[in-house]
Design a protein. Structure first.
Length: 244
């Protein structure tokens, strides 16, 4: 009997809507960000990383704001630091009026190659480290898919996975990469092909029923197939209403 907590978390995720790896990723990132804002906003190492990453990426900023994980004070502390970093990068340590600043060059007071100036600006306003949410997301995906590919031949795991909604395409690609042997890869692809074919058929039925001749037939499970297909292709946040 496996004693890896991730194994049992994956079994449970397989009983819920959507890609089970996306679900576990999302839960792990939410826990991590909640802990970060509760415990680590003033941690020097965390703050240094956030300065270098210029805060969080678009995906995880949206998650923080929509799920209210951060709180106004924590976000203010972090982004006061981030914007101060951007200003320091742009202005350096010299006064704005100094002719050696980037603004003087832009005004033509000091000859400079335009592409050099553009490069300096891009570097100043670009992250130098990955988003901490992305780092947590990616490490969780790797861990969960490693367990899936190691245990997919076990009867319990294979049955749970076969009864799930299957993997999204980004996680299928990573799962294939992590397959330890041909048998594990074959089991993965067998399940995924069944899911893809079923969804493909549902999409065709949705299109057919949008024809005025068949609109009276009404929609069944295929009614939200287009949402599930988009989620499968892109991966990411699991929305229960898309799988109801």
């Amino acid at each position: 009997m496996p004693n890896n907590p991730t194994y049992f978390e994956l079994l449970k995720a397989c009983t819920q809507p959507g890609c089970p790896v996306c679900r576990l990723e999302q839960e792990a990132v939410e826990r991590y960000l909640d802990h970060l804002f509760y415990e680590s906003v003033n941690d020097p190492g965390v703050r240094a990383h956030l300065r270098n990453s210029l805060g969080f990426c678009q995906e995880h900023t949206r998650l923080i704001l929509n799920a209210r994980l951060g709180g106004a004070l924590g976000m203010s502390i972090i982004y006061h630091d981030v914007l101060g970093t951007v200003l320091k990068r742009l202005l350096g340590t010299k006064a704005l009026s100094d002719e050696s600043t980037i603004f003087s060059r832009l005004l033509g007071r000091i000859p400079a190659d335009l592409e050099t100036i553009r490069k300096r600006i891009r570097q100043a306003i670009s992250p130098h480290e990955p988003c901490l949410g992305c780092r947590q997301r990616d490490s969780t995906a790797y861990m969960v898919l490693s367990v899936l590919m190691e245990k997919i031949q076990d009867q319990e795991m294979l049955a749970a996975f076969a009864n799930s909604d299957g993997l999204c395409l980004p996680h299928l690609r990573l799962g294939c990469k992590l397959a330890q042997d041909e048998v594990a890869l074959a089991e993965l692809l067998k399940v995924e092909l069944e899911k893809l074919e079923k969804l493909h058929t549902e999409l065709a039925e949705f299109v057919r029923k949008n024809d005025y001749r068949y609109i009276k037939d009404g929609f069944g499970p295929e009614g939200n197939a287009w949402r599930r297909a988009a989620q499968l292709a892109a991966g990411g946040q699991v929305n229960k209403q898309d799988h109801a």
